[in-house]
Design a protein around this ligand. Structure first.
Ligand code: GRF
Length: 194
């Protein structure tokens, strides 16, 4: 299965996919390209260090969001992936792309959807909200992307304990290590092997 991974930041989920392919927990899968909206994303360095084609397509380089959307879809079409993986990608996916790649786009969200998700819930904000609400359990979700935000059909979830004294940063790290980096590779392996 040919996958394109869309990233915006540090790329720890991308790294988990790279490692999963290397240690064969992700079978029959190849990352054909990494695309970032952010030229400074360390995820692009991770791609380069692993001999994977990296591309930056930034809204800043286009006169309008429509132009950016068109360029993004064109790039994806060119690579012709079987699956598009959003791994910490913070740009809204154009409706045209969702329609064109229905059930072929998956996203990792750092909470147990439907909690702490939707507009404005990304990165540390998700964990701040969980701590403010005082939940004892949080986790991560892999889901298909539809036209909404974090609203598509759920594929996998994994729970993580919230501990006394957790800061958003400490909780984010635990959710990444114990949940995100486990279920995203697993979901890809499941989709790559029927
Ligand atoms: C993190 O907030 C992670 O929880 C979410 O996207 C952000 C960046 O992840 N999935 P990554 O290190 O770039 O994969």
């Amino acid at each position: 299965m040919r996958i394109v991974v869309l990233v915006s930041g540090g790329g720890t989920n991308l790294q988990a996919i790279i490692d999963g392919i290397k240690n064969n927990t992700i079978r029959n899968t190849r990352i054909v390209e990494v695309v970032s909206n952010n030229a400074g994303a360390y995820a692009l360095t991770r791609a380069k260090d692993n001999g994977i084609e990296g591309k930056c397509i930034s809204p800043k380089d286009y006169d309008s969001r429509d132009e950016f959307n068109k360029a993004l879809v064109e790039e994806i079409d060119k690579v012709n992936p079987d699956l598009i993986v959003l791994a910490g990608f913070l740009v809204n996916i154009p409706a045209e792309m969702v329609a064109k790649y229905e059930r072929k786009i998956i996203n990792i969200h750092p909470s147990l959807i439907p909690s702490f998700c939707g507009k404005g819930y990304y990165g540390l904000k998700v964990h701040e909200a969980a701590l403010n609400r005082g939940v004892k359990v949080t986790g991560a979700t892999v889901h298909f992307v539809d036209e909404g935000t974090d609203t598509g059909p759920i594929i996998l979830q994994k729970a993580v304990e919230v501990k006394d004294g957790d800061t958003p940063e400490v909780l984010q790290r635990r959710v990444m290590e114990e949940a995100e980096w486990v279920i995203l590779p697993k979901a890809i392996d499941m989709l790559a092997n029927g």
